[in-house]
Design a protein around this ligand. Sequence first.
Ligand code: UDP
Length: 452
Amino acid sequence: MEKQGKRSNRLVLVPGSFQGHLNPMLQLGTILYSQGFSITVAHTKFNSPNPSNHPDFNFLTISYAAYDSDLSSGNILALILRLNVNCKAPFQECLARLTEKQNSDEEKISCIIYDELMYFSEAVATEMKLPSIILCTGGTTAFVSRDTTVPRAEGNNFLQGLGSKDIVPGFYPLRLKDLPFSKFGSLETMTQVVKELRNTRKSSAIIYNTIDFLEQSSLARTLQQCHLPLFSIGPLHKFAPALSSILFDEDISCMRWLDEQTNDNTIIYVSLGSITQIDENELAEMAWGLANSNQPFLWVVRPGSVRGSEWIESLPEGFEEAIGQRGCIVKWAPQKKVLAHAKVGGFWSHCGWNSTMESISEGVPIICRPNSGDQRVNGRYISNVWRVGLEMENELNRREVERAVRRLMVDKEGLEIRQNAKELKEKIQLCVREDGSSYNSLNELVKFIKSL
Ligand code: UDP
């Protein structure tokens, strides 16, 4: 990419308030800073990034205090709706103060880049006559399938088929049950969120953390539907590799544990992301499945992610003795480094988009156990389109887990998947190199922002 020494105009970034949304926005900020822009991050009070980890950026707090009941209810969709109502005025005040201080080219706000979920930013940008760009932190297929299937007019009852295995017309191989409708709220709330996202989409462009060749038909379809320039500049973390986790402390001792393992490509890494929860029975079945697979494993169990438990106190009796040194359990791992480690040969994932991009970029094949939102779409693409993983769809029990781990990691059956994952990694590497599709798209984006 072209480098630039002098700082030019200021970009205001509004990240979504969740780990999987903060990371890509701060990665984008890091990339655009390296291209000469000044960066201000406007964030909510809850789940706020730590400014000391980003000394080059300015930070503004949008002083909306989420109710504890919103945060603990797990109804993320209701939280998003409320947040968008309540953040508009304080965000506008923040920007007004920032604009008052404008005294040179360097201070001038040239654009607001906001996470799709923070659509109040669009209304503020319009009122302040500022251009805006949307960042979608999920995949394009999830975006366009959601957008297409939520009815535009009352009376369309297409969504009543949700849950069935029928293929969504025009979206092979997605089935109705794979559509990206969240578990974190009712279908009505989800529909309301999608309509809000659609109605407020008046920005100048959309940025995707994806790669052209991965989601070509979905990108073409999005272009048709949105009539906006699209920039697919993923995987963002490959352009901003130094950035670590935002909300949780990484336990780096697991890297030493990985170093000490004997053979390459033998460790199965298990992580269900930053939001997914399981119950104690699922924890026990996962544990015995991993133990019985005889495969060494690195397992992230977030504190509070097992309902009714603080951490892993409900692990079954006899489990620790059964695994000995063959397993390592941590509260939070440096995931990108883990996936890039030579000893890691597979990833049991909930198929969040960031995890998906991080895994395929390192050639690590995936056991897909999606839970909510866009994860089923991603899982379907991993297993049926890119063919770099397998789905674990049945009820979670120890036999399924053991079988899936052995299929992916050891059995002849998984050989093709493992090979495909290696080949996909090579294709992705070409896209981020000079003249690759993402590299070029990033340069186009920089030119586009400068032209606004
Ligand atoms: N992550 C991490 N350490 C962990 C688990 C997850 O750094 O132990 C990071 C992971 O690298 C990814 C993000 O958290 O960037 C999770 O985002 P994703 O979209 O995969 O899932 P979400 O958390 O939004 O469900």
